[in-house]
Write a protein of this length. Structure first.
Lengths: 263, 963
């Protein structure tokens, strides 16, 4: 693709990381547009107008009922066919924080034919919202190296902030967990600075097997609790001396590069 | 029909809410509860079938991975022995923030019959509890009777039926009223107007040959309230001051605000001050494209009664100030400063009608967390301080900075503009908030003023901000202001002050029926703004709001009548001359007396080993880590966080000020800091004010800023200004503000006063310590020059810059020993400016690795914080510290809280260059950093006076508020 890939940053009441997510995509070489969900429902915009769908962080509809639940419900009831088409067209989706919660609760991640919810993100073990920086092990599998298009060329351990109250990853049952692992769909795990899986506060919410981010079977949908858009410049690092670029920027570049190469 | 749905965590899933409650019960001293289970309840009303309610549960309300549910479970409330059920629901009329979004989601499912949704919370407690213990747990932890109640029978929490309202014009008979009667009318109607003001109103209506309507009287009471009118600061004050043993001097002050705070700004004439003291916040220049504005508000009285709701709506309210400045600024960061009684305050000492300080603190922090995080505004800076005298009356300061394009800085309401109310609906909540905050709290306040307590809806406000900024950029309106204290009355009254306004009150969208015309007019319901819209733009404007589901309604028109005319169903219910409304308030005359008290300076034996003292200071509630608070705030949303509130090797050291990048990709930054220290005010409010300003400014210097473009805000929280001694301290502090700000060359751009912060029980009045918060905002040219406070590298040099005096009065060192003392820190602005400017030059030349200002706990605490945050050892020699005192002591050097001082880390290779920059300034090379992780201090006599592992010191600092 010669033109810049087009990114839709989806907005609704309570979305609040939209502008910096759009900024991150622009830094990575894309054109990004903030689009309110009503525009899709009223057909003033179509998902087919874009190559990447980003569902940013925030508190969609106040996270009433449960984090991301009401927007997930709206996507399932109003726009599911469009989303199915978007995925079938080989395009990319990223859900960050609230966006991850929405992808999980609408059944897009880990994803099955019926879009049935198989995993969830629930209240942190600490019982409260926490903003802290975490180390993430970006998983590289021997069998199917770097399946997820969003996480290629990342260093073994990256550093990003989390800021959430409902980020504890759980699964419906053991078979779901096994499937995630067998298919290399677990892409980020909370760890310590050396890359070793560790407990609280390194694992800030008590997630099962320290899972911080997953992809679907195509590798084109990524959901993660940490905020890559809050670490695209070294100046955002809490101790920023001597670094070159923020660890998060690579993730956005991967998405943009993939579209450039495949469309 | 109605359904009651109960949802709980599935067995094997960790119940985080229940576990949190269990921990809180332990804090109450009750240790017999083995388990707490939390159950979320939804009550749904409407024409819904069994199948539909099942679908609502499974597709929407229940997380099928982690939760189980039941519908209309008719189990008796107490099932087993030693099992107790407490079900808490909102009182009728209290907004349930979840209702609207759940109704929307049910509609999304294709189910149209739902009419109402309410939520409730159920707690299942297992363990041996007496009836009294159960009551204690319920009242102290699980509910607040102002907004909630315990549900006794199964379905009684279902939605309430609002009453209808039939129009009936009410007038108040003032014409024949005696003075005594006038006072009674003011008191009974919660108008908080004094006799002189009531007489003025009586005379105005006498001239018209009629009595006022209730609505007219309310409008006047609200506009003339202390809260809105700042009568004390603008009034005449006969001020008598007696310093030390000199003769008392008396002078007449005509308008304290204009003769101190505003005067500094006028005299300094800074070209970058764009709009000061007249809009909803103060505006300064940011760069060639943007201006920034800053406002700090207080929400003390509501937070005393309902901490969550009070702080929640406090932050919600101050966010609307930048939004209502000029044509609207985008809120980009929040600050929060709190004062509470100590969290370990004994329960049996609590005054009647007050909540325990720990509960107040937890509630306030949750309230700020909820609103700030959901708005997507980073909370970047703050402070939490403690003193017993905040027990009945905590202080909750909330501040917001906004950014706007230069050409959107000014507004002008035009004749013919339509009056449009945007955002939330109007309900009975928050009635009399403005007048309520203009009187003292009493133990009856919780019943009398419960209408003043509210809960916010941040998502409503977020939607409103998103759409208003779109409408602003399309140039669709001429003016905007917020509905704050006084509601529509205040907003419309202000916007139409110069021209005139007509409003049809029955057009205002209501949350429920039953409100009288006067209630609609003065309601302080949250999340509303008022716009003045040219008729030609109205259709486009309404479209912008409708596109994102925000309600916007035309309720009247600005005209040229110079009157305020209100109608309800065609009936005239208020007709006031704007001139009388805004200029008719008789100037107050108050007496103020300040007599400088002499406090005893303690004579302490000299101790050789001060390690324990340092450790105790680090554990002082004012000084210890506030990580528990800070982590709950999103301080990085919007992506512009450059210097975070928690920094260091493991990100938990105490930052001095926040640095933010408001325009992503730009080099320019903002520095936000604050100065507050009520302890010095016990000795002399003048030097308290001086120290607050110095503290706010030196924090800016600490992070790499300069005095080049710094503006400050004043927030006075004081006791009853009708009492001469309270007002005397206030005047003395305001004089300090003038002298010191002028000396530094730093203008005030906005401010606020919250008076009447007293709590009376049985006619005994407990005033808060007179407290001044100085908030500062500075523009930084290059954020890459930011400096942080944690120690960086072993072998680097440690300097103290600035003189240390024998100024232990009001210090935390004395406080840990039970003394106040008399020598409180002073400020010499000439010398301080030299120190500040030299350090700015050194930091911009890249000569500084780390810098921390000396404040609470002095040199010792500042140095220890740098060491343990950087995980490095430090060795210091007190003989090298520059000091000026008659008889030198180690504890004075270590713990004196003298102003204008810094600890600075410099690389050896930069030693010469750094010392060159500091020529002519007092400084001392006092030690260096080491790998050994020990904090070691040599006394002036050359012996070891402090020696401790940094982890041990850090633990002392982390422990007290690690909840």
């Amino acid at each position: 693709m010669k033109r810049n890939p087009k990114v839709c940053v989806l907005r609704t009441a309570g979305t609040n990381c939209d502008k910096e997510t759009a900024f991150a995509f622009v830094q990575a070489g894309a054109d990004a547009e903030l689009v309110h969900i009503n525009k899709f429902i009223q057909r003033e915009r179509n998902f087919s107008d874009y190559e990447i769908l980003a569902i940013p962080g925030g508190f969609s509809y106040g996270d009433d009922v449960a984090a991301g639940k009401i927007l997930a419900n709206e996507l399932r009831t109003k726009l599911i066919d469009d989303l199915r088409q978007f995925i079938q067209d080989g395009k990319l989706i990223i859900g960050i924080c609230n966006g991850f919660q929405i992808l999980v609760k609408s059944g897009l991640l880990p994803g099955n034919d019926m879009f049935e919810q198989e995993v969830s993100l629930v209240i942190n073990d600490s019982g409260k919202f926490e903003d802290r920086w975490v180390y993430l092990k970006s998983k590289k599998s021997k069998v199917n190296s770097q399946k997820c298009v969003w996480t290629k060329h990342l260093p073994e351990v990256i550093y990003l902030p989390v800021a959430h109250g409902e980020g504890k990853f759980i699964v419906q049952d053991e078979t779901i967990l096994k499937k995630l692992k067998d298919n290399n769909e677990v892409v980020f795990q909370y760890c310590d600075e050396a890359g070793k899986l560790a407990g609280y506060p390194d694992n800030p919410n008590g997630s099962l097997e320290n899972i911080a981010g997953i992809t679907d079977q195509t590798g084109r949908i990524l959901g993660l609790m940490p905020h890559p858009e809050r670490h695209i410049s070294v100046l955002q690092h809490p101790r920023w001396m001597g670094k070159k670029e923020g660890d998060g920027l690579r993730i956005f570049k991967n998405g943009v590069d993939y579209i450039r190469n495949h469309f | 029909m109605g359904y009651k749905i109960e949802i709980k965590e599935r067995p094997g899933i960790f119940d985080a809410v229940g576990n949190g409650v269990k921990k809180d019960i332990l804090d109450l001293g009750i240790n017999s509860v083995d388990r707490v289970q939390f159950i979320q309840i939804y009550l749904i009303e409407g024409n819904i079938s069994q199948d539909e309610v099942k679908k609502i549960c499974e597709d929407l309300l229940v997380d099928k991975i982690s939760q189980d549910y039941s519908i209309n479970n008719s189990q008796p409330p107490v099932a087993r022995r030693n099992e107790f059920v407490v079900e808490v629901a909102y009182n009728p009329g209290v907004m349930d923030p979840v209702e609207l979004s759940v109704l929307k989601a049910i509609k999304d499912l294709g189910i149209d019959g739902a009419e109402g949704v309410k939520t409730a919370k159920k707690y299942l407690l297992r363990g041996k509890l007496s009836a009294i213990q159960l009551k204690t747990i319920s009242e102290k932890l699980l509910y607040n009777k102002l907004i909630q109640h315990i549900v006794s029978s199964q379905l009684s929490a279902l939605s309430f039926q609002p009453a209808g309202y039939k129009f009936n014009l009410i007038t108040v008979d003032l014409s024949g009223a005696s003075d005594k009667k006038l006072e009674k009318i003011s008191k009974d109607g919660q108008l908080f107007l004094n006799l002189k003001e009531m007489r003025q109103i009586k005379n105005y209506f006498k001239g018209l040959d009629r009595n006022p309507t209730d609505c007219e009287l309310e409008t006047l009471a609200q506009t003339w309230s202390e809260h809105c009118g700042h009568k004390t600061f603008r009034g005449r004050i006969k001020y008598t001051e007696q310093i030390k043993d000199s003769k008392p001097k008396t002078k007449l002050i005509d308008n304290l605000l204009k003769s101190t705070i505003v005067k500094v700004t006028k005299e300094l004439k800074k070209p970058w001050c764009v709009s000061v003291f007249h809009d909803n916040s103060g505006v300064i220049k940011f760069d060639d494209k943007y201006n920034v504005c800053f406002k700090v508000e207080t929400h003390n009285h509501p937070s005393a009664l309902e901490p969550f709701g009070g702080a929640n709506t406090g932050i919600g309210g101050v966010i609307r100030d930048p939004l209502g400045t000029g044509l609207g600024a985008k809120p980009i960061l929040n600050t929060d400063v709190f004062c509470f009684a100590p969290p370990d305050y004994p329960f049996d000492k609590l005054p009647q009608g007050t909540l325990h300080p720990k509960r107040i603190m937890k509630g306030v922090v949750s309230g700020v967390r909820d609103y700030g995080n959901k708005m997507g505004i980073p909370t970047v800076n703050g402070a939490v301080l403690f003193h017993e005298r905040f027990v009945g009356n905590p202080l909750v300061y909330c501040g917001t900075v906004g950014i706007m394009p230069k050409d959107k800085t000014f507004k002008e309401t035009k004749v013919g503009d339509l009056i449009v109310v945007v955002g939330g609906r109007t309900g009975r909540d928050g009635i009399h908030g403005a007048t309520f905050s203009s009187g003292e709290l009493t133990h009856e306040s919780e019943t009398i003023s419960s209408g003043a307590v509210q809960i916010g809806n941040p998502i409503q406000e977020k939607k409103m901000v998103d759409t208003i900024l779109q409408a602003r950029d399309m140039n669709l309106y001429n003016a905007i202001t917020d509905c704050g204290a006084g509601g529509l009355s205040s907003a419309v009254g202000e916007m139409g002050a110069e021209i005139g306004a007509r409003v049809d009150l029955d057009k205002v969208p209501l949350k429920y029926s039953g409100l009288t015309y006067a209630e609609i007019w003065i309601s302080e319901s949250q999340e509303r703004m008022v716009l003045a819209v040219p008729k030609t733009n109205i259709d486009r404007l309404l479209e912008v709001f409708a596109a994102e589901n925000v309600e916007a309604t035309v309720i009247g028109e600005f005209n040229q009548t110079k009157r305020l005319e209100l109608f309800y169903q065609g009936n005239l219910v208020c007709d006031l001359k704007m001139k009388f409304l805004h200029d008719g308030l008789p100037q107050l005359e108050k007496k103020a007396v300040f007599i400088q008290e002499k406090h005893r300076e303690p004579k302490l034996p000299e101790t050789q080993n001060l390690t324990k003292n340092l450790s105790e200071l680090l554990s002082h509630y004012d000084i210890c880590s506030k990580e528990w608070v800070i982590r709950q705030y999103d301080h990085e949303v919007q992506g512009g966080s450059i210097l975070k509130p928690l920094i260091g090797i493991v990100n938990d050291g105490p930052s001095d000020a926040a640095v933010a990048q408001p325009v992503l990709g730009s080099k320019k930054g903002l520095i936000i800091s604050n100065g507050i220290n009520f302890r010095f005010g016990f000795i002399d409010p003048y030097w308290m004010a001086a120290s607050c300003i110095d503290e706010a400014l030196r924090q800016i210097i600490s992070v790499g800023g300069s005095l080049k473009e710094v503006a400050i805000l004043d927030n006075f929280c004081w006791g009853n200004p009708d009492k001469p001694d309270r007002l005397g301290g206030l005047v003395r502090a305001a004089n300090g503000c003038y002298d010191i700000a002028k000396g530094f060359g730093v203008p005030f751009i906005s401010g606020k006063d919250s008076l009447y912060n007293e709590y009376s029980v049985n006619n005994k009045s407990l005033p808060i310590p007179g407290t001044l918060l100085i908030s500062a905002i500075a523009v930084m040219d290059d954020i890459a020059k930011t400096i942080s406070m944690y120690a960086k590298k072993s072998g680097n040099l440690i300097y103290v810059v600035g003189d240390t005096y024998d100024e232990l009065g009001g210090s935390h060192y004395y406080d840990t020993l039970g003394f106040l003392g008399n020598n409180c820190p002073r400020v010499n602005t000439k010398k301080a400016k030299e120190v500040f400017n030299a350090l700015s030059a050194a930091s911009s030349a890249g000569l500084i690795e780390a810098m921390h200002d000396c404040s609470e706990g002095g040199i010792a605490v500042a140095a220890a914080e740098m060491a343990f945050s950087g995980e490095l050892g430090m060795e210091l020699f007190l003989s090298e510290v520059p000091y000026k005192m008659q008889s030198v002591r180690n504890d004075s050097i270590l713990f004196s809280e003298s102003n204008s001082r810094f600890i600075v880390e410099v690389e050896k290779k930069n030693q010469k260059a750094f010392e060159q920059e500091l020529q002519g300034i007092s400084f001392g090379l006092i030690g260096c950093l080491s790998k050994d992780k020990n904090f070691k201090v040599h006394s002036i006599e050359g012996k070891i006076c402090i020696e401790a592992g940094i982890n041990q010191l850090k633990e002392a600092w982390l422990k007290p508020l690690r909840w």
